[in-house]
Design a protein around this ligand. Structure first.
Ligand SMILES: [Zn+2]
Length: 617
């Protein structure tokens, strides 16, 4: 039985298990990475077009979001910008957070909360979707939207605007993605205008919420801006050729004083902070590290992520009940099962989680960031309800012990409608990473990646039904033999029967769970790698203060109780949970008071479910 490791996984650093293949050359020194090498050379991401998702839940979610945003009415998208510029603004209102409306009240209606806030995210999602698919209508739409946005840009847009940094951050992301991924030649000049427009409305430095509350404001919503998330996209703008002022601006908004500085020193300053935006800010620390090279920012992101995982997370990988981090030792995470239905801001949280886990995996080559990604993937976002054409959005995952069920958010076009298409466009680039001598297989999902290695053109194709079946078949096709190291993620939960075989021959060396296994060899067309993972069942307490309130976790899957729940549940019964048949998504635990039925999140529809069970201690 695999024991889920609670030890800090950051200490694992660059641990790589190098395995030699029979008949292949023995792994040379280049397969073992020394830490200095790791710090200076993060793994690379593939281009969006290099990875193709094949049919499966990830592809379906990407396709659905791509189609929905491609069909969105452009006058409606532009309406708040045109209205605020005093220009003719045809078309209907989008509704919800997106409109200009006097109805907004921080303690009441959220209609008109942040007009136009998510325009840039829809633009970014479309630009990335174009890069994934090569869809010309998608590229055309990106370029039309950039051209239509340009004449609306003015500093008056932000007059009386609650969250200028928030919306500028999203708008700038859309523009740099239009430039980078949809070959939009105008996007960077539009970005310059958008930057000029927002600057008079930004503070001198990044402000924590507490600092914003200390400034007298007309209403409370003015205290909710997220200046501390700005550096990531500002550094990206600089790196993509927008000019050195973006680097200077990025530096200005790095929140070293109250956030990254203490985090880098190992101080857990998460409690009390707004959850998603402070995870999103970790990506700003990583861009600061990548551009400026100060290890402090890498430490801040690593420590922050570790505090997130170890002190704030549910068994699903989700975090932040009521969008707030809690004090370790307070028992508040456990209490939230009674007093909240808003346990994880799912599309935004998963987007931020994937983004920082990618940065950290690339910088450290620690496979456990990949483990963390798959937890969030299978137990949260892949079970989200689809976005509707009118902006009705899935927002919170609900882990309440009474009457938890999937539902939609009260307001149309919230934040989660913006991050969802960005996240699903990023699915492909989250599956594989590479450098000059290696490829890393991070997520097991039906997909194909193609790259050039030396003078060979190599394609790696995965066939899998993971996580329903915990195995994957990888095929290599190559126009000539190629020597490279193929790293495959061995999850920390993997048991001793986990195996890797190359061309039908099982690798003899021991696999180390929680590392990438490195297969070094000369690969040729038709080579096959077969992976089989053994998963055990563990019970994870919601927090240390509630040791008898546990979730059942098998491999990457958290299991949710559905239907009749027996009155008394024994720990032993949950530990022996089993599928009702080989490939079924339905599990059963036989308690003394009757059978408990469980399902993964993605298999649940509209029925009531329960993630955490009270067990007899
Ligand atoms: Zn959200």
């Amino acid at each position: 039985m695999a024991q889920h490791s609670r030890r800090t996984f950051l200490k694992g650093g660059a641990a790589v298990a190098a395995l030699s293949l029979t008949g292949a050359r023995i792994a040379g020194a280049h397969a073992m990475l020394d830490p200095g090498d790791v710090a200076s050379a993060p793994l690379s991401q593939f281009g969006y077009g290099d990875v193709a998702l094949m049919d499966g839940p990830m592809r379906q979610q990407f396709d659905a979001n791509h189609a929905l945003f491609l069909a969105l009415n452009e006058d409606m998208l532009l309406k708040p910008f045109r209205q605020r510029a005093g220009q003719p603004a045809p078309g209907d209102d989008m509704g919800g957070w997106y409109d200009n409306s006097d109805e907004f009240d921080p303690h009441g209606s959220f209609h008109g909360f942040i007009p136009g806030h998510s325009f840039g995210q829809y633009l970014s999602g479309l630009a990335r979707a174009y890069a994934v698919t090569g869809s010309r209508p998608t590229q055309d739409k990106v370029q039309r939207l950039v051209r239509a946005l340009a004449p609306t840009i003015a500093t008056r847009f932000y007059d009386g605007y609650h969250l200028p940094a928030y919306t500028y951050d999203k708008t700038s992301c859309g523009l740099i993605d239009a430039h980078q991924f949809a070959a939009d030649e105008k996007a960077l000049s539009v970005l310059n205008a958008a930057t000029d427009a927002v600057l008079p409305h930004l503070p001198a430095k990044a402000l924590a919420r507490a600092e914003q509350y200390a400034i007298p404001q007309k209403d409370e919503a003015y205290c909710w801006d997220e200046t501390y998330t700005l550096p990531e996209n500002l550094f990206l703008a600089y790196r993509r050729g927008a000019g050195s002022r973006y680097r200077d601006l990025a530096i200005r908004f790095i929140e070293d004083d109250l956030y990254f500085g203490p985090l880098a020193e190992g101080e857990n300053v998460l409690p009390g902070e707004h959850a998603y935006s402070h995870v999103n800010a970790f990506s700003s620390a990583m861009q600061a590290y990548l551009v400026l090279g100060n290890e402090k920012h890498l430490h801040a992101a690593k420590n922050g992520f570790e505090f997130l995982r170890a002190t704030q997370s549910f068994a699903t990988g989700g975090w932040g009940p009521d969008e707030q981090f809690r004090k370790p030792g307070s028992g508040e995470i456990g209490e939230s099962l009674k007093n909240s239905h808003a346990h994880f801001e799912t599309p935004c949280g998963a987007y931020g989680h994937f983004k920082i886990a990618r940065y950290l995996l690339r910088a450290t080559r620690d496979s456990r960031y990949g483990d963390s990604m798959e937890r969030v993937l299978y137990n949260t976002i892949l079970g989200a309800k689809p976005l509707k054409e009118d902006g009705t959005s899935f927002y919170y995952s609900d882990y309440n012990n009474s009457f938890a069920r999937k539902g939609y958010y009260k307001d149309k076009w919230p934040c989660c409608s913006g991050t969802f298409p960005q996240l699903t466009a990023d699915y492909g680039i989250s599956c594989y990473f590479h450098n000059n001598e290696s490829i890393f297989v991070n997520l097991y999902t039906p997909s194909r990646v193609t790259w050039s290695h030396a003078d060979a053109r190599v394609t790696l194709t995965q066939h899998t039904n993971y996580p329903n079946e915990l195995s994957s078949q990888i095929e290599i096709s190559s126009d000539k033999p190629a020597r490279f190291v193929l790293h495959v993620r061995i999850p920390a939960w993997a048991g001793p029967k986990t195996s890797v075989a190359v061309n039908g021959k099982r690798i003899a060396s021991a696999l180390i769970p929680g590392t990438f296994a490195a297969l070094d060899g000369t690969w040729k067309d038709g080579d096959r790698i077969e992976l089989e993972f053994e998963a055990g069942t563990t019970l994870e307490a919601v927090d240390p203060q509630h040791p008898s309130i546990v979730a059942v976790v098998n491999g990457p899957l958290a299991l949710f109780a559905v239907g009749e729940i027996p009155k008394d549940i024994q720990r032993r019964a949950l530990e022996r949970v089993d599928r009702i048949s080989n490939r079924s998504d339905t599990w059963q635990a036989k308690t003394e008071a009757g059978v408990l039925t469980l399902k993964p999140f993605a298999s649940i529809q509209d029925e009531i479910y329960r993630l955490y069970q009270q067990v007899e201690s």
